[in-house]
Design a protein around this ligand. Structure first.
Ligand SMILES: Cc1cc2nc3c(=O)[nH]c(=O)nc-3n(C[C@H](O)[C@H](O)[C@H](O)COP(=O)(O)OP(=O)(O)OC[C@H]3O[C@@H](n4cnc5c(N)ncnc54)[C@H](O)[C@@H]3O)c2cc1C
Length: 475
């Protein structure tokens, strides 16, 4: 078993681990560490367990975008945003299928979370517009850096991290009683650890579990899968056994814009369409309003031949890139050979195997509409979700990005209340059991706004940690 010892503040192996803690957190991603840090700062003894030999989960694979509204950084860049506008956007993007109480909680607490991260040392200096946002509010930074800062504070606050330690069961001695701990599998065998106050599930989504995806999202069969090796849905399954209720399972959608060569741990996402590009299928025809949520474009892409598409754009779009923001760093992808460049549309079509005449016609038709801010085919009116005027695609060189849809997070899961307490199928709280981050459902509803998965891992992880630490002892 690989342990990180709080006393050393580093990665030394811990000795004499006790078999009881106030709070046990399952999952070494952002939600887990935010919960663990808050609980430890309230004086709880905390063990944080992860099945993988390293920390990070899907958090460190992410684009590092956090959706915050009304920050000083936005103001300094001239972006007029507010918690109220964020709330409205979130409800609209979720098509009002999301749990309003959770959305309200996010909107109310996100500025505090932004300041909290800043106080830890996780500041942001980049903001960009992304899917589902009506104002640029994607605060971006390397997710590994953000997580490492939180881990450092958690470790100094006394959180003990156990790696290569898979939680296999939740302990609940009485059928309707309190969750009193977890069973773990280690290379040395199984054993139980008691949690005096609570267990926080922060096990992320299940984008790497084909059986669960087939059960809940059969329409995503031809989509790529992406996520950490531990994103197998263990937390969901363990809570399911205790009668937990689920939210949003029917809304699992892939994300459009993953390079066709991407493997399960590759972050090869690029969103030239939000800078003014169009998306065409293998017949060189557009198939959607490209300003929509990349989730909705992802669904549309799966219905195209071979579930494949190309984002097509010109030099002005290319120049709207944002170096350092992975999904908007077009130059980096060009260098890596993932974006193809040509001097004419005809040559571009030849390079990527599209019908040149049809591609020219598709671009000409789009340009004719864009000249008067119209899109008779799909009703696109802006570059991204109501932001930015349409622009014609006319200036060489031209670019093509071959892509498809990827399930990279599942955005659904356990039903929780505003204290992150897991609810059962009859609406009763399962005492002592919390869920935060990618393992929980209810917050996103039908679709997803970029940056709100990392945001909710931070915000709701903190809520879970605080509430668990404040509970009375169960054992
Ligand atoms: C390619 C990609 C890009 C993304 N980009 C963004 C973005 O820019 N902005 C955004 O907001 N969101 C983004 N997301 C989504 C976001 O990263 C995740 O939703 C978020 O990181 C989830 O954090 P988490 O802490 O809940 O889970 P994770 O970070 O996945 O951590 C869960 C941990 O739990 C562990 N675990 C699982 N089961 C067990 C078990 N039985 N026992 C012990 N440990 C277990 C796992 O090993 C894992 O380490 C992206 C995701 C991907 C994959």
């Amino acid at each position: 078993m690989n342990l990180i010892d709080s006393a050393g503040g580093g990665n030394r192996l811990a000795r004499n681990m006790g078999d009881a803690y106030d709070v046990i957190v399952v999952g070494a991603g952002l939600a887990g560490y935010c919960a663990a840090l808050e609980a430890a700062r309230l004086g709880a003894s905390v063990a944080l367990l992860d099945r993988e030999p390293q920390t990070g989960g899907a958090t460190v694979l992410s684009g590092g975008s956090f959706a915050f509204a009304g920050t000083a950084l936005q103001k300094s860049l001239g972006y007029d945003d507010s918690p109220a506008l964020l709330f409205d956007d979130l409800m609209r993007v979720g098509n009002h299928k999301n749990d309003e109480a959770l959305v309200r909680l996010y909107a109310d607490q996100q500025l505090d979370a932004y300041e909290w991260l800043a106080a830890l040392g996780a500041t942001f200096d980049k903001v960009y517009i992304a899917s589902g946002q009506s104002v640029p509010r994607g605060h971006s930074r390397s997710p590994r850096e953000v997580l490492d800062i939180v881990i450092d504070h958690a470790t100094r606050a006394g959180v003990q991290t156990w790696l290569s330690t898979r939680v296999t069961r939740l302990l609940r001695p009485e059928p309707e009683g309190t969750v009193t701990g977890v069973r773990i599998a280690t290379p040395e065998g199984e054993r139980d650890i008691a949690a005096r106050k609570g267990v926080v599930l922060a096990t992320g989504g299940f984008s790497r579990n084909d059986a669960l995806l087939e059960l809940f999202a059969p329409a995503q069969a031809s989509a790529q899968r992406m996520g950490s090796d531990g994103n197998l849905g263990d937390g969901l399954i363990m809570a399911w056994k205790l009668g937990a209720a689920f939210r949003d399972m029917g809304y699992i959608k892939g994300t459009f814009g993953s390079h066709v060569s991407a493997g399960p741990r590759d972050h090869f996402l690029s969103f030239g369409m939000y800078a003014g590009g169009i998306a065409v299928n293998l017949n060189a025809q557009r198939f959607t309003d490209e300003s929509k949520s990349y989730k909705l474009i992802g669904d549309a892409c799966l219905k195209q031949p071979e579930a494949r598409a190309f984002q097509i754009y010109d030099q002005p779009v290319f120049e709207r890139q944002r170096p350092g923001i992975p999904s908007m760093d077009f130059g980096h992808y060009l260098e890596a050979g993932r974006i193809i460049r040509a001097d004419t549309l005809d040559e571009l079509a030849g390079k990527v195997g599209l019908d040149p005449l049809q591609l020219q016609k598709t671009v000409d038709d789009y340009n004719a509409g864009a000249a008067c801010q119209q899109d008779p085919l799909f009703g696109r009116t802006h570059l991204c979700n109501g932001f930015g005027p349409l622009a014609q695609i006319t200036q060489a060189p031209f670019y093509a990005y071959p892509c498809t849809t990827v399930v990279l997070a599942t955005y659904c899961g356990l039903t929780v209340d505003v204290c992150m307490r897991v609810q059962d199928v009859f609406g009763a709280t399962i005492p002592g059991l919390y869920a935060a981050g990618g393992v929980m459902g209810g917050f996103h509803g039908e679709a997803y706004m970029t940056g709100t998965a990392n945001g909710k891992a931070t915000i709701f992880g903190r809520v879970a940690g605080r509430d668990a630490a404040a509970r009375g002892n169960a054992v």
